[in-house]
Design a protein around this ligand. Structure first.
Ligand SMILES: Nc1nc2c(ncn2[C@@H]2O[C@H](COP(=O)(O)OP(=O)(O)OP(=O)(O)O)[C@@H](O)[C@H]2O)c(=O)[nH]1
Ligand SMILES: [Mg+2]
Length: 649
């Protein structure tokens, strides 16, 4: 039996959870179809998800098609919950991107497709909701082609769109126009097909074309498009057949060395930790001592594997499968397992751009709040829980207001702690403008430490994070001293000249020296921040703020008042697209202003305006440069203390 780990991704409300339910029903896993609106689906199983009809956590279910076990991961679509999607991406063999036939391509659809393409994840497109009034065929295809990728091929036609009897009919051998379109698309990546087709259309058989379609889909070069309805079930059988025919099964050697990734962590009924692991290679058995995250190790006490619906207890989980592991107390989301770990620090989406302070309603709850938030951070490390020691405050990073509501409700429901939030503020980043290079030599005043450290900092490509390089011989100082410098560099760059995280830069160690034995790693750990901050001051930094791309639809006569309101919020709209009674406006707006626009919108559009936005990029701040208002982790305090020490020497 082969395994396919399949993600379902889409803009919020496109119908991922409803489609998951349909696929399970079609495969005979469930006898009755649950509904998102009644809170009875398999994958929206949390109380909060059922109450709100919104997926909050990724959930795994499975079904069998012929000889393939499909582990299906239903993800949340709301942009505030994108961290959940992020963690799943690294464990997928393929994806289905769902698009609503009524709304077409939406802002989050673009963000997701861009990422799926960047990661070369084979992706089928399912255009859902063909039964709903306003459903379109051609217009949606055109939107996909213009906004996502031209490398698409509709796999069938649709009829009676916008009615309960709407249906999807797959094309076959007899559809000459389909065969021609298919050959033309595949020929873009395969000259043999092109040559064969130009010579004589009939020399390339339909079977060959289907085979080549599967091959190119598996390489994420082309994207077959299906249409249907998760509610009526139309088109779902064709999609299921497409998943089996066109997406690649997991590869991996069950006898190889163990390697895998933890993409979800949850707590069981008695508070025990359960890690969801996608195994890439090898076999994990109960009672194995499993190495994870650098030098950690834990004993696996129980395993379950997904099989025909839910997870069932097993003695082992093998390459290609997803398993739930018990017994690994210190395991965290994103951890790599096995001896040859290559943990990936890279993020596929932008980090959260907002932050806020969490305040317990009862001050006696302070301690409990810290424990509770630490548990939430286990499942969602991007909230980046921080404590301001001076003000005794806890703050978290956020994607948006919905995530805030989820945190608030979870704290109340699961931990009995009522909280409020301070005002939400934007998280900016700093990037060096030029190059800065500083050396502090051992035994040379004012350097009070028994270490020589030279560092150069320079700007690097956008999205490159912080890269640490060596220009000194690796053996010039003990490895632990190198490590101390590298760790300190990352820690120090959490707060730059204006207090923001410094990123998209390269730091090179240009000099190193020590004197045995009195030199210690501590000497390097103390000196490196001073050298780095001096180099950073020399380089100078620029502050960048997060910018969202927005999409706004509203009644035609409200365009007059909207434009000046957008200008006041520093938004830059493009030319509006006018329809008969409405307009559609796209543009950019600082992340800091999205919430204000959201709040002003009802008054500006008689409650009829619909706004969607998603993070797009960072842009240099013009005018007054915002400084971070507080020091919430404390390398700066330490830096100040050390500077003070140096001045005294
Ligand atoms: N008419 C119609 N409604 C649908 C269809 N698919 C989903 N819906 C409705 O659309 C709404 C959202 O469906 P969900 O399945 O929760 O969408 P989702 O993509 O999982 O949403 P999030 O997980 O919150 O992003 C619900 O009210 C569904 O009943 C469809 O094919 N036709
Ligand atoms: Mg959902």
């Amino acid at each position: 039996m082969r395994t396919l780990n399949l993600g379902i991704l889409a803009h919020v409300d496109a119908g991922k959870t409803s489609l998951t339910e349909r696929l399970l029903y079609a495969a005979g896993v469930i006898d009755e179809i649950g509904s998102v609106d009644d809170g009875s689906t398999q994958t929206d199983s949390l109380a909060l998800e059922r109450q709100r009809g919104l997926t909050i956590k990724s959930a795994v279910v499975s079904f069998v098609v012929d000889d393939v076990t499909v582990n299906l991961i239903d993800t949340p679509g709301h942009p505030d919950l994108i961290a959940e999607v992020e963690r799943v991406l690294s464990v997928l063999d393929g994806a289905v991107l769902v698009i609503s036939a009524v709304e077409g391509v939406q802002p989050q659809t673009r963000v997701l497709m861009r990422t799926l393409q960047r990661l070369h994840i084979p992706t089928l497109i399912f255009v859902n909701k063909i039964d709903r009034g306003g459903a379109q065929y051609e217009r949606v295809l055109q939107g996909i082609s213009e906004k996502l990728t031209p490398a698409i091929i509709p796999m069938g036609s649709a009829r009676d769109l916008g009615t309960r009897s709407a249906d999807f009919m797959s094309y076959g051998t007899a559809d000459v126009a389909f065969t021609a379109r298919l050959a033309a698309l595949l020929a873009d990546h395969d000259d043999a097909i092109l040559a064969g087709y130009v010579d004589d259309e009939t020399t390339v058989s339909y079977c060959q074309l289907r085979g080549e379609l599967a091959a190119q889909t598996r390489q994420a070069l082309v994207h077959p498009v299906f249409f249907g309805s998760a509610i009526t079930g139309a088109g779902v059988d064709s999609l299921t057949a497409g998943i089996r025919e066109l997406l690649p099964a997991a590869e991996g050697d069950a006898d190889g060395p163990v390697s895998g990734t933890v993409f979800k962590v949850e707590r069981g009924p008695t508070g025990e930790k359960i890690a969801y692991v996608r195994v890439f290679s090898g076999t994990v058995r109960t009672r194995d001592r499993l190495p994870f995250r650098r030098d950690n190790e834990g004993k696996v006490t129980a395993i379950s594997v997904f099989d025909r619906g839910s997870a069932v207890q097993r003695a082992s989980v093998v390459a290609g499968q997803i398993g739930k592991l018990w017994g690994l107390g210190d395991i965290q989301i994103g951890d790599a397992i096995g001896r040859s770990q290559t943990p990936s620090e890279r993020h596929h989406f932008a980090p959260p751009t907002l932050e806020t302070v969490v305040v317990p309603s009862r001050s006696a709850d302070k301690g409990a709040l810290h424990v509770a938030l630490a548990q939430l951070a286990e499942q969602d490390p991007l909230i980046n829980l921080r404590q301001d020691d001076i003000r005794q405050e806890l703050s978290v990073s956020l994607y948006g207001e919905v995530q805030k509501e989820v945190i608030q409700a979870t704290l109340a429901n699961d931990f009995g702690i009522d909280v409020t939030f301070r005002e939400t503020t934007t998280i900016c980043i700093e990037r060096p403008v030029g190059t800065g290079s500083v050396v502090e030599m051992i035994d040379k005043a004012p350097n009070p430490f028994r270490a020589t450290v030279g560092l150069r900092i320079e700007p690097a490509a956008i999205d490159s994070g912080v890269e640490f390089r060596l220009e000194v011989e690796l053996g010039s100082i003990p490895l632990s001293f190198h490590k101390a410098v590298e760790d300190t560099v990352h820690e120090t760059l959490r707060q730059g000249i204006y207090g923001w995280q410094v990123t998209n830069c390269a730091v090179t160690m240009t000099h190193s020296g020590y004197r045995p034995p009195p030199s210690t790693a501590g000497d390097f750990r103390n000196l490196a921040p001073l050298v780095l901050m001096s180099a950073l001051k020399q380089a100078g930094t620029m502050v960048y703020e997060p910018i969202h791309r927005f999409h706004l639809e509203a009644p035609a006569d409200t365009l007059g008042p909207i434009l000046p309101a957008l200008a006041r919020l520093r938004a830059v709209p493009q030319t509006p697209a006018m329809r008969s009674s409405s307009y559609m406006l796209e543009g950019e707006i600082p992340a800091a202003r999205v919430h204000d626009l959201q709040q002003q919108l009802p008054a500006l559009t008689r409650g009829e305006g619909v706004l969607e936005s998603a993070f797009d990029r960072y842009q240099p701040v013009r005018g007054t440069i915002p400084t971070r208002p507080r020091s919430d982790h404390n390398p700066l305090n330490r830096k100040e203390y050390l500077l003070h020490v140096m001045r005294r020497v």
